[in-house]
Structure formats: structure tokens, C-alpha cells
Design a protein around this ligand. Structure first.
Ligand code: MG
Length: 277
């Protein structure tokens, strides 16, 4: 019994410190699904195919805009554009997420920076075909990302590596903090920047914040905002599935990443609506 208690104590200590090679990490299933499942691939491919099917209708209807909050004045004659987020929308960073899971760590700019610099991210299924189709129809492609301004060169390198069109006549990779007005993770100033000269016909993202600024509300507020925009989804707004991270997770703990890990985890468990047998 004494020996058993000792083994259990050692195992618990190993788990608590993350030293155990098989340590539990909340990102395991999501990362495994995003990185290796055909279910993820088919889901992403279908989302982009739906976007391609909507292109002609969006181009013909000059009153069509996917950024009603940011599209100002008479935009009918403006050239069309599509806005896409980068991470887990166009580029798949599951190599980084897999490292986080195995190390039982968490995202940090100190490890994310070198990963981005290595330009190892892979295309999200369907994204390249959709973007090429849209570009061939005269649609300008803008990448609006919360990657930081210093990582823009490496991000461009990673995009170009797979043949994603990146305009050279003007900046179409709009990073966080690149301009003073773009310091926030909230993307509306950058959507407005694109909408000033273009009619934005579609937005693609994996996070609610890729579409609206109110993504950091509580779950009820997010639900209300989602319902308010019910007619956008699958027509003008296209959401990629991302079970590895996002504001859906932090909504469970008030988006407060300063809270200790066990407290955040408890709040996520508490947020579940569960059957009681
Ligand atoms: Mg993203």
C-alpha cells in the first residue's frame, strides 16, 4: 500500500509539473483532429467550395457587401475584394499546436516567433483553389491577420511558398500593429481600410473576431451577436473549424488568461451544460 501511494504521488507530481511525457493537455484532441483527420479536411474543403459557388452572385450584385459595419458611402463601383484571416484559415499551424501539446505548454510569442520565421505552416484544404479562382475573376485578395508586424515578411514567404497570390502593387498582408490605428486585435480598422477602396464581397476566418469586434463578450453576448448575423454565414461570411484555440475557449473564463491554469480549466468544465443521470 505504501509503495502504491508513493507511485501515485510521483505520477501526480509528474502530471502537475507537466514533466510526464503523457501529460494531459486540453489541446490534444483538437490538434489531432485538425492535423490528421479527413473530417477536418473535408469540412474546410466544403467551406471553401461554398465560397466559390457564391462568387458570381456576389460579383453581380453591386449592393452586396460582407462588411456592412465598415463599408461606407457608395461602394457599388468599387473593385471587389475578399478578406481572409491567415492562421487556421489559410495556413495550418498544427505543427506548432502539436509541439504545445507534447510539451504540455501554451502559446507564447517567444516560441511562436521562431515557428513563424521558419515558414513551416501548410495550406488549409480548399483555401488555395478558392483564392486562385477568386483572383482569376478579378477579386483582390487581402490577408488580415493578428500576426504581428515584425512577422509580416515570414508570413508573406510562407504564403508565396505555396503559390498564394500576394499583391506587390500595394500591401495586402495587413498585420497587427503595422500602423498605429491597427494596434488592437480587433480587426474592424483593417476591414475599414480595405473597404475604403474596395467592395468587400466575402470574409473568411476561424475566429468570431475575424468578422465582428464583439467577439470577447461572454457566451450569451457572443450567441446574440451570432444570431444577429444569421443571414451572413455561408453567404458572405465563411467560418473554418478550429478546435485548437480561439475566443470560443476563452469566453468560458472571461477571456482572462492571467487566471491560473487549473482555474481556467475548472471554469471551462463549469461552462458545460451536462445531462444529470
Ligand atoms: Mg485565425
Amino acid at each position: 500500500m505504501k509503495a502504491f501511494t508513493k507511485i501515485c504521488t510521483i505520477a501526480l507530481l509528474a502530471l502537475a509539473t507537466g514533466a510526464c511525457s503523457n501529460a494531459q493537455n486540453d489541446g490534444l484532441n483538437g490538434t489531432l483532429w485538425l492535423q490528421s483527420s479527413v473530417e477536418f479536411k473535408a469540412n474546410a474543403l466544403g467551406t471553401y467550395r461554398l465560397g466559390a459557388m457564391m462568387l458570381d452572385a456576389a460579383l453581380e450584385d453591386k449592393t452586396w457587401t460582407a462588411v456592412p459595419a465598415e463599408q461606407r458611402g457608395d461602394f457599388a463601383a468599387k473593385p471587389p475584394a475578399v478578406i481572409l484571416d491567415v492562421d487556421e484559415t489559410v495556413l495550418d499551424n498544427s505543427l506548432y499546436q502539436a509541439w504545445v501539446v507534447r510539451a504540455n505548454g501554451r502559446y507564447s510569442s517567444k516560441t511562436w516567433g521562431p515557428f513563424v520565421d521558419a515558414a513551416l505552416s501548410k495550406p488549409v484544404p480548399g483555401s488555395l483553389a478558392f483564392i486562385k479562382t477568386a483572383a482569376a475573376k478579378g477579386v483582390k485578395i487581402f490577408y488580415v491577420t493578428n500576426r504581428s508586424a515584425p512577422t509580416e515578411a515570414a508570413t508573406r514567404k510562407n504564403l508565396v511558398k505555396f503559390g498564394y497570390p500576394v499583391d506587390t502593387s500595394e500591401d495586402t498582408v495587413l498585420t497587427k500593429g503595422e500602423k498605429k490605428a491597427w494596434k488592437s486585435s480587433k480587426k474592424s480598422p483593417r476591414r475599414a481600410h480595405v473597404a475604403a477602396k474596395h467592395r468587400v464581397i466575402m470574409v473568411f476566418g476561424d475566429n468570431f473576431g475575424d468578422f465582428v469586434d464583439g467577439y470577447k463578450g461572454d457566451m450569451a453576448a457572443r450567441q446574440a451577436l451570432y444570431e444577429k448575423h444569421a443571414d451572413m454565414w455561408g453567404r458572405k461570411w465563411f467560418m473554418l473549424a478550429n478546435p485548437t484555440y480561439g475566443s470560443w475557449e476563452s469566453a468560458a473564463f472571461g477571456h482572462d488568461w492571467r487566471k491560473p491554469g487549473p482555474e481556467r480549466r475548472q471554469m471551462k468544465r463549469d461552462a458545460l451544460e451536462a445531462w444529470q443521470p
